[in-house]
Design a protein around this ligand. Structure first.
Ligand code: ADP
Length: 334
């Protein structure tokens, strides 16, 4: 399901169809038609009818520009903000009627307020474990185990404020996992991470997903989203713009252009003929838009040259994302 910027207009969402049911995959969380309006002074329709679902052993990348409504959705999914409309089911139980089911959710909110900075990682984890109903001994055992798993054992007795940003993020993820939830919601977990930190985050999330957890990750780092996601949901102005499998989304946008590479410099004559045929020429690479059948006239123009490569260009998630949002910058403020 893919919308266009035009279909997600200023005045409300395009008709957001209900999330399909009956698929064999195990749905751990589903949300239907979530709505949230903030009314502190100015009225903000933050979320205007968003439906999604999280499936066991899958990562859902939750994308959209700043102010799109991602954090508000995550807070509603985690039971931290009450929706004005819509329904959330966790393991088939309605969240509004069974608040205890929140135990199946672990959440890392955006920013650095997920932990107590003047406590150690071990103290934080035990505290959050106790808060979520685990006995002291079990909380301590799980905390030590998690810190070891996330390569944080050495730092377990340092103050959180003395740790690097990457380490703090890992501790925040550990704190969200201490009660062993099946669903993990992460709001911008990669913000400020260096390359090593981002790789380590990806490895951890892959492992957690392979264990059968459902993971939602909201991020502006589209390379991380592309590396991890099975599905992609894009929000804009509180509305759903796309909800599709990552591969389908990329394939859909990749169909549009073929790249033809030649092993020699193109003459100005051939270049102008190629351009007249609708191709774009950049040094020795010719980009021909259209389906396979459409590129024959372009190929005919280079038939006497040394063609070294003809392939369908694969779109990147960032390219797809920019197209879906009509070229809007990911960091654009509302
Ligand atoms: P995102 O996570 O995609 O950046 P948010 O959910 O944080 O989006 O915000 C969506 C909209 O709701 C924005 O216009 C934001 O300013 C507004 N908003 C978020 N939280 C509040 C709040 N507590 N009170 C009032 N407005 C809010």
């Amino acid at each position: 399901m893919i919308g266009t910027p035009a279909s997600a207009g200023q005045t409300g969402c395009w008709n957001n169809p209900p999330v399909e049911t009956g698929e064999s995959k195990k749905v751990l969380l589903s949300a239907q038609g979530l709505v949230k309006t903030y009314r502190h002074g100015r009225v903000v329709q933050a979320v205007q009818g968003v439906s999604l679902r999280l499936v066991a052993a899958e990562v859902l990348a939750f994308l959209g520009p700043n102010g799109a409504g991602k954090s508000t959705c995550i807070k509603m999914l985690a039971g931290l903000v009450e929706p004005d409309g819509g329904e959330i089911e966790v393991l088939g139980q309605r969240l509004a009627r069974n608040p205890g089911i929140k135990r199946e959710i672990g959440v890392v909110l955006e920013g650095n307020r997920n932990l107590y900075w003047r406590m150690t990682p071990l103290e934080n984890l035990i505290y959050f474990g106790r808060l979520r109903g685990i006995g002291y001994k079990e909380a301590r055992r799980r905390s030590i185990e998690l810190l070891e798993r996330l390569d944080l054992s050495e730092k377990r007795n340092s103050l959180v404020q003395q740790l690097s940003r990457g380490m703090q993020q890992k501790v925040a993820i550990a704190a969200a996992l201490v009660h062993n939830p099946r669903i993990l919601l992460l709001d911008e977990p990669a913000l400020g991470l260096d390359v090593v930190g981002a790789e380590s985050l990806k490895r951890i999330l892959r492992e957690l997903t392979a264990e059968g957890r459902a993971v939602l990750i909201a991020t502006h780092q589209l390379d991380i989203a592309e590396a991890l996601a099975n599905k992609v949901v894009v929000l804009n102005k509180g509305c759903l713009v796309a909800d599709a499998k990552l591969n389908e989304l990329i394939a859909r946008f990749s169909r549009e252009v073929f790249e033809i590479e030649v092993g020699e410099t193109l003459s100005p004559e051939v270049t102008s003929k190629l351009e007249a045929a609708g191709a774009l020429v950049e040094q020795q690479i010719i980009s021909a838009p259209g389906e396979f059948a459409d590129i024959w006239p372009v190929l005919a123009l280079v038939k006497d040259l040394r063609v070294t490569r003809v392939e369908r260009a694969r779109a990147s998630l960032s390219g797809v994302y920019l197209k879906l949002l009509g070229g809007e910058d990911v960091s654009a403020r509302p």
